[in-house]
Design a protein around this ligand. Structure first.
Ligand code: ADP
Ligand code: MG
Ligand code: ZN
Length: 715
C-alpha cells in the first residue's frame, strides 16, 4: 500500500486512520468514516480502488467538484472518469464504454444518475469491487444537506451487494450517523472516527475595531495566497470588497443574490488562482475543494460554532499552516439577537440564542481556542501545548497606567447603583441620551459623559481588564450586572494608581500570525518561478494549478533544489506519473535558477520527516509566579489574594499551565463531592458541553468559575 501511495500520489506516509480504514476495506468489510475536512477521506477509497480488481463507484453530490477530482486522479496516472449532467450524451456514452471494457479504476457518479433510466443495465455490465458514498450525510433528512436522490443509494447497494461499501462525511451528529448506517444497511461495528483537531490551523480572535485597516494588513501578510473573507450579509460582502479595492487589494464579492453565471465564474477564478481573495457570505464554500486556502477571516460574528468550524475548515486542507481570524465585537451579538427575536417558534429561538451564546463564549474565552472547539464537539483531548492559537501564544500584556479612566468607570458603576451591565455603564460614561438613560435619569448623574472621547471598544476593554484584575466583579445570569469589589473601593478611596494591560483595540494587534510560510526556509524567488510555471502548465491543460503540484511540493523543490530526477522523485507529492509528465520541465527551471544563483542541491534525506515540531516556549513570569504558589499547595483564593489578581484570572493561569504541560501537582484544588460529580457528569453527557450550556443546564446554580474548575480535572 505504501508503494502505491508513493507511486500514484507521491506521499510517503498515511494520515491518521487512513491505513486502518484501507486495510478494513481491502478485507471486504464495510466502513463508515467520520473525518474532518482535509482529513484525507478520498484516499480511503482511492487507494483500495487501485489495489482491487474491477472498478470503484463513487457517489458524490457535488457535480462541480467531480471534474477537479477526476483531473487530479488522471494527473496521477489513475484511470478515472465521471458521469453527470454536465456531459453530453455522446461523452457519457464514451465514459460508459470505457467502464464496460474494464479500463476504468474509479468512476464518479452523480446520485441522480443512479436512479436514471438504463443505469441498472449498465451496472450489470460492470465488475464493481467497491462502492464509496462521499458526503454521506446527504442521505439523512436529519442532516443539513439532505438530497432526495441519495435515497436511490439503498437500491444501488443491493445491486452491488458483493462489494464492500465505504460511507464518508465530515459532519454527522450521532443521529445522522445512525441514519446513514441504517439507510445503507451497514452494521455498527465499522465506524471510524478521527480527531477533529485541525493541527495546521492557527485560530485567533481580534477586537472588531479599525477592521478595514486590520484586514488590509492581514491580507498583505498573505499576499499571493488564497483567502476567504466571510461577512454576515450580502450588502456587507460588497462593501468590504470595495473597501479593499480602495486600499489597492483585488477582491471579488460572492453571495447567493448574484446571478448563477457570476457565482460560477468567481468560484472558477478562485480555484484557478486568478482571484486570490473572495469576500463572501456563507453561501460560498460548499462546492470548493481547494487545498491551498491559507486564510479564512470572519469580519462578523458567526451564528454557531458548527458553522464557524466548517467555514474555517476550508483553510489548509493540504495540511500546511493556515490562519483563521475572527473579528469580534459585542455589538455583533446584539445585532444577531435582534434577528433571533423575530423567530416565531419559541424552541427554535431558544436554540439559536444558545448557539449564539456559545459562539460569544468562544470569542471571550481565554483558554486555548482549539481545546474549546474540541470540547464543544465532545472530544476530550489530553492537555497538550498548542502553539497555534492566540490564547496560547500571545505574550503577557504590558501594563500601563490607567488610573484616571478606571476611576471614572468605577464611579459610574457605583453611581448607577451597581445594577447595570457593561453596555449601560459605557453608555452613561459616553454621555448617551438613549431613552432608557433619560428614563432612569442617568443623564443627570455627575458621571454622565465624563468619558465622551473614549471609543466604545476601548471602554469595553477597560471594563474587561478591571474585571480581570479584580476591581470589578460581574454576577452571572441573564442580565449580568457589574459591582465594584473591595479592591476597587479601596483603590477609589485611596486614589491608588491602577495599572491595566495596554489596549488591544487601539494599536493593531501585534500577535505575529503569519504562520502560513511552511516550516521550510525555502527560496522564495525560485518558489515564485515554479508557481508561475505551474500556472502555465495548468492553463494549458485546463486544470486547476493544485492538480499539477501542491504548494508543499513547490516549497520542497525550492528548498532542496533537486537537480536530478531521482532527487526530485523523493519529494512530497511527486509520484511516478507526475515525475514523467512534469519532471523535466520543473527540473530545467530549477537547474537554470541554481546556475544563475550558484545554488547547490541539498540532499533530501531518503524520507523527509515532516512532523510538525511543537515548541513550548518558556512560561511568562506571571504564570511562573502562579505556578510556584500552587506548587507550595496554596489554594486558588490564597494565590489570588497574594497576587492581587481575580479568582478567574488564576483559573486562566491554571488552564494555561495545564495545556502547556507545566502544571504542578494540583490534587489539593481538585473539586470533590456530589456537586463536582454532577457537573462532571454533565460535561460528559451533554452534546455540546460548553460552559454556557452547562451553566444553564443547572439553572445557574454553579458559577462559571466552579464549572471551569471541574472541567480542568476532566482529563
Ligand atoms: P477530505 O475529503 O477529507 O476533506 P481530501 O481527501 O480532499 O480530504 O484530502 C485533503 C488533502 O490532503 C488533499 O490535498 C490530499 O491530496 C491530501 N492528502 C490526503 N492523504 C494524504 C497523505 N497521506 N499524505 C499527504 N497528503 C494527503
Ligand atoms: Mg472530500
Ligand atoms: Zn491553543
Amino acid at each position: 500500500m505504501l508503494d502505491l501511495l508513493k507511486t500514484h500520489f507521491g506521499y510517503d506516509s498515511f494520515r491518521p486512520l487512513q491505513k486502518e480504514i484501507i486495510d478494513h476495506v481491502m478485507d471486504g468489510k464495510d466502513a463508515f468514516v467520520l473525518m474532518p475536512t482535509g482529513g484525507g477521506k478520498s484516499l480511503c477509497y482511492q487507494l483500495p480502488a487501485l489495489a482491487l480488481p474491477g472498478v470503484t463507484l463513487v457517489v458524490s453530490p457535488l457535480i462541480a467538484l467531480m471534474k477537479d477530482q477526476v483531473d487530479a486522479l488522471c494527473a496521477n496516472g489513475i484511470e478515472a472518469a465521471f458521469l453527470n449532467s454536465s456531459l453530453t450524451p455522446k461523452e457519457q456514452g464514451a465514459v460508459m464504454e470505457r467502464a464496460r471494457s474494464g479500463h476504468l479504476k474509479i468512476l464518479y457518479v452523480a446520485p441522480e444518475r443512479v436512479g436514471a433510466f438504463g443505469f441498472n443495465e449498465f451496472l450489470g455490465e460492470l465488475e464493481v469491487s467497491l462502492l464509496a458514498i462521499d458526503e454521506a450525510h446527504c442521505i439523512s433528512e436529519w442532516g443539513h444537506d439532505f438530497r432526495p436522490d441519495y435515497r436511490n443509494l439503498r437500491s444501488l447497494r443491493m445491486k452491488v451487494a458483493q462489494a464492500p461499501i465505504i460511507a464518508l462525511t465530515a459532519t454527522a451528529t450521532p443521529q445522522v450517523q445512525k441514519d446513514i448506517l441504517s439507510q445503507l444497511g451497514m452494521g455498527k461495528s465499522q465506524v471510524f472516527i478521527s480527531s477533529f483537531n485541525r493541527e495546521n490551523l492557527h485560530y485567533s480572535v481580534r477586537p472588531k475595531f479599525n477592521t478595514t485597516a486590520e484586514l488590509v494588513a492581514l491580507l498583505k501578510e498573505h499576499e499571493g495566497e488564497s483567502a476567504i473573507v466571510y461577512c454576515y450579509s450580502r450588502k456587507n460582502t460588497e462593501e468590504v470588497a470595495s473597501q479593499l479595492k480602495r486600499a489597492g487589494i483585488k477582491a471579488t464579492a460572492y453571495h447567493a443574490g448574484l446571478p448563477k453565471k457570476d457565482r460560477e465564474r468567481a468560484q472558477d477564478m478562485f480555484i484557478r488562482d486568478e482571484v486570490q481573495i473572495i469576500v463572501a457570505t456563507i453561501a460560498f464554500g460548499m462546492g470548493i475543494d481547494k487545498p491551498d486556502v491559507r486564510l479564512v477571516v470572519h469580519v462578523d460574528l458567526p451564528k454557531t460554532i458548527e458553522g464557524y468550524y466548517q467555514e474555517t475548515g476550508r483553510a489548509g486542507r493540504d495540511g500546511l499552516p493556515s490562519e483563521c481570524v475572527l473579528f469580534y465585537s459585542y455589538a455583533d451579538r446584539r445585532k444577531q439577537e435582534y434577528f433571533i427575536n423575530m423567530i416565531d417558534d419559541e424552541d427554535e429561538q431558544k436554540l439559536a440564542t444558545q448557539k449564539l451564546d456559545d459562539m460569544v463564549e468562544y470569542c471571550q474565552n481565554t483558554v486555548c481556542r482549539r481545546f474549546f472547539l474540541l470540547m464543544y464537539f465532545g472530544e476530550f483531548t489530553a492537555p497538550t501545548s498548542c502553539d497555534a492559537c492566540d490564547n496560547c501564544v500571545t505574550e503577557e500584556a504590558e501594563l500601563v497606567d490607567a488610573t484616571e479612566i478606571s476611576q471614572k468607570i468605577l464611579s459610574a458603576v457605583l453611581k448607577t447603583g451597581e445594577r447595570f451591565g457593561a453596555a449601560h455603564v459605557c453608555d452613561v460614561l459616553r454621555g448617551s441620551n438613549k431613552q432608557r438613560i433619560v428614563e432612569l435619569r442617568h443623564d443627570t448623574l455627575s458621571v454622565h459623559g465624563i468619558a465622551k472621547g473614549v471609543p466604545i471598544n476601548a471602554l469595553r476593554e477597560y471594563v474587561q481588564s478591571l474585571k480581570t484584575y479584580g476591581y470589578l466583579t460581574q454576577n452571572t445570569g441573564e442580565y449580568p450586572t457589574l459591582c465594584v469589589s473591595q479592591k476597587g473601593r479601596q483603590a477609589l478611596a485611596h486614589k491608588s494608581p491602577i495599572l491595566l494591560p495596554k489596549l488591544k483595540s487601539i494599536k493593531p494587534s501585534k500577535t505575529k500570525t503569519s504562520r502560513s510560510k511552511s516550516d521550510l526556509d525555502y527560496n522564495e524567488v525560485l518558489f515564485e518561478k515554479l508557481r508561475a510555471l505551474r500556472k502555465e502548465i495548468a492553463d494549458e491543460q485546463g486544470v486547476p494549478p493544485f492538480v499539477i503540484f501542491g504548494d508543499r511540493t513547490l516549497h520542497e523543490m525550492s528548498f532542496y533544489i533537486p537537480l536530478r530526477e531521482d532527487s526530485l522523485s523523493n519529494l512530497f507529492g511527486v509520484g511516478a506519473k507526475k515525475l514523467e509528465a512534469f519532471g523535466e520541465t520543473f527540473l530545467s527551471v530549477i537547474r537554470t535558477h541554481a546556475q544563475e544563483h550558484k545554488l547547490e542541491e541539498k540532499s533530501a534525506p531518503e524520507k523527509i520527516t515532516r512532523t510538525n515540531t511543537v515548541s513550548s516556549g518558556a512560561l511568562s513570569s506571571t504564570l511562573e509566579e502562579t505556578k510556584s504558589l500552587l506548587a507550595q499547595k496554596h489554594s486558588i483564593k490564597e494565590v489570588a489574594d497574594e497576587r492581587g489578581l481575580s479568582h478567574g484570572t488564576i483559573l486562566q493561569h491554571i488552564e494555561k499551565l495545564l495545556y502547556t504541560d507545566e502544571a504542578p501537582d494540583l490534587e489539593h484544588i481538585r473539586p470533590i463531592g456530589k456537586d463536582a460529580e454532577k457537573i462532571e457528569a454533565a460535561f460528559k453527557t451533554l452534546k455540546h458541553p460548553s460552559l454556557t450550556a452547562i451553566f444553564k443546564h443547572f439553572n445557574e446554580r454553579y458559577s462559571y468559575d466552579e464549572l471551569r474548575l471541574v472541567r480542568m480535572f476532566l482529563n
